[in-house]
Design a binder for this molecule. Structure first.
Ligand SMILES: [Zn+2]
Length: 163
């Protein structure tokens, strides 16, 4: 059998170097008429997209959250979500604007909780800038330019206490 050409990397590869590409990742369900590409995507490209695109999409995105709310994955899988790309904050205009939240599993459902964080008052407005522990520990990250150093800071613990 002659070599096949991968549609992504355009390399000519022996046929055994190809596998089946699911156009819609199986992480989002299996479908009766799921579109697959056979002998079109080399294993190397398929592995690359699986590791660098589908994994992130399926585990650290709103789509990952929807996998849980639509019961494709149990709520306990929230613990495996890195929550680096998917971050939650209180909306602009809310009393606690910018407050950082984290997804958790609670009683078999997805819920949110407060992340341990520090609120730094702003000089130019009544608002706050909230920073999590890892953000505070990042020495390369400067404190916000509008940090009111004369004001009181909020230290918010995992149970929601504010000091
Ligand atoms: Zn390829």
């Amino acid at each position: 059998m002659p070599d096949l050409t991968c549609i992504y990397c355009l390399r000519d590869v022996p046929a055994e170097g190809f596998n089946t590409e699911h156009v819609i990742s199986q992480a989002f369900g299996t479908f009766e008429s799921n579109l697959t590409l056979t002998d079109m995507v080399c294993r190397s490209c398929n592995q690359y997209f699986g590791d660098n695109l589908e994994r992130v999409f399926a585990r650290d995105s709103f789509e990952a959250y929807y996998r849980i709310t639509t019961n494709l994955r149990p709520a306990e899988h929230i613990r495996a979500m890195p929550q680096r790309r998917l971050t939650l904050t209180a909306a602009p205009g809310a009393e606690w604007e910018g407050l950082r939240l984290a997804l958790i599993a609670a009683g078999g459902d997805a819920a949110v909780t407060l992340e341990p964080q520090v609120g730094l008052p702003k000089t130019a407005s009544r608002g706050w800038t909230y920073l999590t522990g890892p953000e505070l520990a990042d020495r390369a990250r400067p404190l916000p330019a509008d940090f009111d150093r004369q004001g009181h800071i909020h230290v918010i613990g995992p149970t929601g206490e504010v000091r």
